[in-house]
Design a protein around this ligand. Structure first.
Ligand code: HEC
Length: 88
């Protein structure tokens, strides 16, 4: 609720809806994104059981997006960041 108010405020004061979307999509943490977006086809344990470099996680997430994983560009960054810090 609070987030919606901030979001509307941004539109009204700046007329810049891009900031609104950025705020919304970055509201999920990397761990949340992993559970919500990466567990629809296989359990989220699948990536969790692996160790990869940041570059390889980027490639993996990009590959999964090609299969149908739903992530915005901002969410992708947050998720790759989380994966490469946690599973390395
Ligand atoms: C649309 C279905 C789908 C979604 C959503 C999905 N995956 Fe996958 N994933 C697959 C399939 C199918 C395989 C096995 C075949 C393959 O590896 O190409 C796989 C395999 C994997 C593997 C093992 C192979 C490798 O490249 O290391 C990892 C890790 C992985 N997925 C991570 C993820 C992550 C992280 C996400 C969230 C961004 C995700 N997946 C979302 C379908 C999906």
């Amino acid at each position: 609720m609070k987030r919606t108010v901030i979001c509307t405020g941004v539109i009204l004061s700046l007329g810049f809806s891009g900031a609104c979307f950025a705020q919304k999509s970055s509201s999920l943490s990397g761990a949340d994104l992993l559970e919500k977006r990466c567990s629809t086809c296989h359990p989220s344990a699948r990536p969790k059981g692996l160790k990869k470099s940041a570059k390889d996680w980027e490639k993996t997430v990009q590959r999964m997006m090609g299969k149908g994983a739903m992530l915005s560009n901002d969410e992708k960054k947050v998720l790759v960041d989380h994966l490469s810090k946690t599973y390395k």
